[in-house]
Design a protein around this ligand. Structure first.
Ligand code: GLV
Length: 326
């Protein structure tokens, strides 16, 4: 009998087909929303599961799902996983690194451009029929080329953004990270390490690409926003919770910074309503990795992790090292 796996959210049919060669597949192409208790019920008898960032895998769920051996997150971020609890339960955790790096870096840059050059704000103005006359200062924004970009979180995606900024737009790139890059990587990225305070005080544009954890919660709050230049912009493509959204909305309202571009939010898909009432913010619905090619690659990598782990006992992109399979 084939093992059974659960695919928690809708996914490309071809990815389901590749799973069906190895497993009985319970899919959710109808995109039903499950409460934690319903998710536990769905996972009974399942050896593996594909999740997205919205399904929480914690000790309570693991205790109630003794058949589960592997959970593959279709995301590079995995703050919906309690990895130590998964390790303790002997459950393999995997994510989807690398396949989304360049696509996500492209999007970070797109959000930076849209924010600095006030693209969505001016589009709303045109759509609302308000454009009657051209003016010299209409939607005049901030310079991107030649300006200083400060990147907080210099992993693969941060490095991709740095390369675009330094080599494509002649920007000075400064970064802050838990660890310094090697001198070779710093040279490739055209980036210089600085303290968080120096970054916030000197950057014309601040880009957040740091993974979410208890330590990175509210990396940017009222105190950090107060350090930024009034002309500066802030882009968050990292995770909701990295920024204190209420403090940001207030800073935007009072024009203490010039603008922000946000792809992720505290408590998403709900948004802090204050963000909806300020014009100087570009809002997108967590789509930084959303090209068809990249989303297919992410889904296939998640599926391949289930296949590799359940047939050979070795995941392709593991997040935890397991002593033994349960
Ligand atoms: C998306 O947010 C991801 O972590 O892949």
């Amino acid at each position: 009998m084939k093992p059974s796996v659960f695919v928690g959210r809708p996914v490309f049919e071809e990815v389901l087909d590749s799973l069906r060669l190895h497993f009985d597949v319970v899919d959710n192409q109808a995109d039903a929303l499950f409460t934690p208790a319903e998710l536990i019920a769905k996972l009974q008898g399942q050896a593996g599961a594909i999740t997205t960032g919205t399904e929480r895998i914690d000790a309570a769920l693991l205790a109630a799902c003794p058949d589960l051996k592997v959970v593959a997150n279709m995301a590079v971020g995995f703050n919906n996983f309690d990895v130590p609890a998964m390790t303790a339960a002997g459950v393999q955790a995997t994510n989807t690194p690398d396949v989304l790096t360049e696509t996500t870096a492209d999007f970070g840059f797109a959000l930076l451009m849209a924010t600095a050059r006030r693209i969505t704000e001016s589009e709303h103005y045109v759509r609302a029929g308000l454009w009657k006359n051209w003016r010299y200062d209409m939607f005049a924004g901030a310079e991107v080329h030649g300006s200083t970009l400060g990147i907080i979180g210099m992993g693969r995606i941060g490095q991709g953004i740095a390369r675009r900024a330094a080599h494509g737009f002649g920007m000075q790139v400064i970064y802050h990270n838990r660890s310094h890059l090697s001198p070779e990587l710093e040279a490739q990225c055209g980036a210089r390490y600085v303290s968080k305070q120096e970054l916030l005080q000197t950057a014309d544009h601040v880009m957040l690409v740091v993974p979410y954890s208890a330590e990175s919660h509210h990396t940017i709050g009222a105190a950090e926003l107060a350090l930024m230049k009034p002309s500066a912009t802030l882009v968050n493509i990292a995770r909701g919770g990295i920024v204190d959204d209420a403090a940001l909305a207030q800073a935007l309202k009072e024009r203490r910074i010039a603008g922000a571009g946000l792809d992720v939010y505290e408590g998403e898909p709900a948004l802090n309503p204050a963000l909806l009432s300020v014009p100087n913010v570009v809002l997108t619905p967590h789509i930084a990795s959303a090209t068809i090619k990249t989303r297919k690659a992410m889904a296939q990598l998640a599926a391949d992790n289930l296949i590799a782990y359940l047939s050979q006992g070795k995941a392709l992109t593991p997040l935890n090292a397991l002593v033994e399979r349960r």
